[in-house]
Design a protein around this ligand. Sequence first.
Ligand code: FES
Ligand code: FES
Length: 160
Amino acid sequence: MINNQKDVLMDLVINNKHISIRAGGGRCLLDFLREDLSLMGTKEGCGEGECGSCTVLLDGKAVLSCMTPMERAIGREVTTIEGVGRPGNLHPLQQAMMEEGGVQCGFCTPGMIMSGVELLNRKSNPNRDEIVEGISGNLCRCTGYRKIITAIERAAEKMS
Ligand code: FES
Ligand code: FES
């Protein structure tokens, strides 16, 4: 991406690791994560705040990284899908998404999981309406939400 903005010092915590690097400013957090840190798990769908595929956690709150200026993350804590779990050590929601067939297209999945993780962090036993509300900013354009919702319910059971 062509970027005429000045460099900024990006000093923050990403996935529990402190980083401090100079980077071209004036971009969205999504581009910083993917282009400068090679954290490719966060996906760009619409790029305009509509689909939720770029969802990450900023100080534990779900945000749309395509709509978040990268400078807003300075001094704060960002969690991406890479920080949620790793192969061999998956988060219960990642595990449940696989078991319930909630990983359908794969493209919306990281954002969906980030919203689900945020919900499970603030509510240990969400009901169906709360789950629907919790992922309401994440669009699925293929087979639908049923398996994803079931996966979140299953993860909540496992975590309680
Ligand atoms: S890519 Fe950010 S909301 Fe769609
Ligand atoms: S599972 Fe990704 S768009 Fe439906």
